[in-house]
Design a protein around this ligand. Structure first.
Ligand SMILES: *Cc1c(COP(=O)(O)O)cnc(C)c1O
Length: 375
């Protein structure tokens, strides 16, 4: 079964094979593996280990985001501006609020990239805002936002930024060394890095970690995690790690480098996304977004306006043909969504398009055009 979802993704057989042994995470052999994953991630991010640290945390992306926000945004004096890019922007705002942080929401037009001038205006209007929380690739809409352009206005205003790069890191570019306003970037093992789920990583500025006030949660305190690493070594965890996930991550990072790094991975994802768009259009389906705003990670396609359409039925038909897509949609009007990331090639996308065509025919869908919104 090929997973065409925006994470967890289909993985390489060698990544799966790395998970088939028992591991003692406090053993010296494992410490070397863990330290090596960390140094490979610093190399991938092209950062100076004297300036940035990489902090692995048990749990998925939400855990990493909450830890980064708790660690970087002080509970008393911090103010986090969150552009509402879509579901993940909304989730970031909720995470921060439930962690007791002060949140200011910045509504933005749906399905369009954040205008840096809107962020600049919000920062001018409220001098108490200390941080901007940016979703790099908004997985609900498929829109990729611009951390360099948004970061430039944040830097000019003397504020800091936290980036949710969960569906971006490993493929989309991020020049951390050139963006000192970015205090923390969060990502996971199981999206563009093409590893297994169970771990988040935060790349954080060491100066910000050293200044950080207590997070209000021992488990989610990246400052504490950093101090532990300093005291005990890069190969040690505070609490039991998902060791097999780390072992798989090391293999995934080696495959990433062999493929040609982030640029090569992005090129493959773009080719997947293009093949998907052309294929959908060729069989009469309409992607939700225009090519200019469509990012390469995930694509929403408008659902056919036909009484025979049922997303759950469609998902089952596709599973019977070897492809798994999301069984929910996250757009105002009905759609289905397809991930373009993971161990997936353009040829797989061509096969997927053929399967969609067959699935719709077998469901008896006559009209493949989208539902029109009532006036
Ligand atoms: C996947 C994702 C997350 C984290 O999701 P988890 O299920 O917690 O791993 C966060 N932000 C974005 C943009 C994502 O795509």
């Amino acid at each position: 079964m090929l997973l065409l979802i925006p994470g967890p993704v289909s993985t390489h057989p060698a990544v799966k094979a790395a998970m088939t042994r028992d591991i003692a995470p406090w053993d010296d052999d494992f410490r070397a593996l863990y330290a090596s994953v960390r140094s490979k991630l610093l190399a991938l991010a092209e950062v100076d280990p004297a300036v940035h640290a990489v902090l692995p945390l048990q749990g998925c992306g939400h855990f990493g985001m909450e830890a980064a926000i708790r660690t970087m945004v002080p509970a008393d004096t911090g103010r986090l501006l969150v552009p509402l890019t879509g579901s993940y922007g909304v989730r970031m705002a909720r995470l921060a609020r439930e962690a007791g942080r002060h949140v200011i929401e910045l509504p933005i037009p749906p399905f369009s990239p954040i205008e840096p001038s809107a962020v600049a205006a919000a920062l001018r209007a409220d001098a108490a805002i200390t941080h901007v929380g940016l979703v790099y690739s908004e997985t609900s809409t498929g829109v990729v936002h611009d951390p360099a352009a948004v970061g430039a206005v944040v830097r000019a205003a003397g504020r800091a930024m936290i980036v949710d790069a969960v569906s971006a890191f490993g493929a989309l570019p991020l020049a951390l060394a050139a963006q000192p306003e970015i205090q923390a970037v969060v990502f996971t093992s199981n999206k563009c890095l093409e590893g297994m789920p169970g771990l988040s990583f935060t790349l954080a500025r060491i100066d910000a970690l050293e200044r950080a006030t207590p997070a209000g949660s021992w488990c989610l305190d990246l400052g504490d995690l950093f101090r532990h690493t300093r005291g005990h070594g890069a190969g040690t965890f505070r609490f039991t790690p998902p060791a097999q996930v780390l072992a798989a991550c090391e293999v995934a990072l080696d495959l990433h480098r062999q493929e040609g790094g982030a640029a090569a991975r992005l090129a493959r994802y773009r080719a997947n996304s293009r093949a998907l768009r052309h294929g959908m259009e060729a069989i009469g389906l309409i992607p939700y977004l225009a090519p200019g705003v469509q990012g390469p990670i995930v694509m929403n396609v408008r659902a056919p306006d036909d009484p025979a359409w049922s997303l759950q039925h469609f998902v089952r038909e596709l599973k019977d043909r070897g492809f798994l897509i999301s069984n929910f949609f996250d757009t105002p009007e009905p759609s289905f969504r397809v991930g373009c990331i993971g161990q997936v090639t353009e040829a797989d996308m061509h096969g997927f398009v053929t399967s969609v065509d067959m699935a719709l025919s077998s469901m008896g869908v006559q009209n493949r055009g989208p539902a029109r919104r009532a006036a």
